[in-house]
Design a protein around this ligand. Structure first.
Ligand SMILES: CC(C)(COP(=O)(O)OP(=O)(O)OC[C@H]1O[C@@H](n2cnc3c(N)ncnc32)[C@H](O)[C@@H]1OP(=O)(O)O)[C@@H](O)C(=O)NCCC(=O)NCCS
Length: 158
């Protein structure tokens, strides 16, 4: 039985493990090993995970004691952006990602109408998931240049 709940400080190591186990599998054929190593150091350090919890919204999917998925949201300019949505490889395709996404939208402050995210253009599995869950091209984006390998997606009408 999977439970989605707010992350607590005691979850930091479990959240880190999701990144460490998911990134090499998800991005292995898409980007360089250096990109993966840099991203894990930058976004999945204990400090980065704690910062995300403090300044944004972090929810986890727990299967008993084990954390199997995480979603992280934060403010960027006047937008809410989904920084992280990751499910452990052997727990994907069972509805955990959708449960985390639904709970994340539910957790946004009242009056929020739009959620953005950025995704690697080659990450077809994730893009298909996002399209199936109502994300498309945004009308406006935060003022952050993503370069050519990453793109913005948006879900409005929340
Ligand atoms: C993208 C990701 C977050 C989606 O999470 P997930 O738990 O696999 O997603 P779900 O199980 O909710 O949905 C995935 C598919 O399984 C199907 N599915 C949902 N519940 C199901 C169930 N009970 N049984 C079988 N299939 C199911 C869905 O229809 C969906 O199909 P679609 O992708 O064609 O829409 C996850 O696969 C992941 O972590 N991927 C690697 C990391 C990554 O790329 N993250 C995004 C970075 S931007």
């Amino acid at each position: 039985m999977i439970e989605v709940r707010r992350a607590e400080l005691g979850d930091v190591e479990g959240i880190r493990q999701i990144g460490l186990q998911t990134w090499p599998v998800a991005y292995g054929g898409l980007v360089s090993e250096q990109f993966i190593a840099d991203g894990l150091a930058q976004y999945w350090s204990p400090e980065a995970v704690e910062r995300g919890m403090r300044y944004g919204i972090t929810l986890v999917a727990a299967d008993g004691e084990q954390l199997v998925g995480v979603v992280g949201l934060g403010r960027e300019d006047d937008f809410w952006v989904m920084w992280k949505l990751y499910v452990l490889p052997d727990h994907q395709g069972k509805g955990v990602g959708k449960a985390l996404l639904d709970a994340a939208i539910e957790a946004l402050p009242a009056g929020t109408t739009e959620l953005l995210l950025d995704v690697l253009v080659g990450n077809e599995q994730a893009i298909r998931f996002y399209r199936a869950n109502g994300f498309g091209d945004p009308a406006r984006t935060p003022d952050r240049d993503l370069g050519v390998e990453t793109m913005w997606m948006s879900r409005g009408g929340l």
